[in-house]
Design a binder for this molecule. Structure first.
Ligand SMILES: [Zn+2]
Ligand SMILES: [Zn+2]
Length: 192
């Protein structure tokens, strides 16, 4: 007789023996969920994007978490590596990689709580009108083989590189890597 519990990482329901459930001995549905939880950065990234209303690639993605006043404007804030950061700077970091502390992450859209990476660019205050950064890549329908292929690239390439390779939005890659979409074709790789 099995009992149904909820994975503490992906919220998926799965079945285990009741004595394990009672001890909370299997909080994760799969080895993948266990690993993702343990890989702190992955876990933090997931937590970060959960605080964002992810709209269409061209729209502003508004931060729903804590905010703070800075430069007379209200920005999102996010605790990362024991320091409080402006949320849009973390969005830039997670999407495009590290930059210098002195670098400014600026908004093309003039919307301080927006964390849509395609609305952000690196520079100084004067760079504002120079940069006309590219629009986000249009979402494209993938076939199962491609989804599987994308999944196997996890950890080998960055989000943006993989997105460019398949000409899809980077959030599509993120969703596949986290098992939020296409998990029925990528799941066999995650089995214990
Ligand atoms: Zn899970
Ligand atoms: Zn925006």
């Amino acid at each position: 007789m099995l009992t149904t519990v909820t994975c503490q990482f992906c919220q998926k329901k799965f079945q285990i023996f009741p004595y394990l459930a009672a001890k909370n001995a299997r909080p994760y549905c799969s080895h993948k969920c266990y690993c993702l939880h343990k890989q702190t950065d992955e876990y933090i990234r997931q937590r970060f994007w959960e605080k964002v209303i992810i709209a269409k690639p061209e729209d502003c993605w508004l931060w729903q978490g804590a905010r703070r006043q800075q430069y007379g404007q209200e920005y999102g804030r996010f605790l990362y590596q024991a320091k409080i950061h402006l949320a849009h700077r973390i969005s830039y970091l997670f999407t495009y990689g590290p930059f210098l502390d002195d670098d400014c992450v600026l908004h093309k859209c003039d919307t301080p709580p927006c964390v849509n990476p395609t609305h952000l660019f690196l520079g100084t205050r004067n760079d504002n009108n120079i940069d006309k950064a590219k629009k986000g890549r249009a979402r494209k329908v993938l076939i199962p083989q491609q989804a599987k292929e994308i999944f196997t690239l996890k950890g080998k390439y960055s989000l943006s590189k993989t997105a460019a390779m398949f000409n899809v939005h980077f959030m599509t890659i993120s969703d596949i890597w986290h098992g939020r979409i296409w998990s029925w074709v990528t799941n066999d790789e995650n089995a214990l």
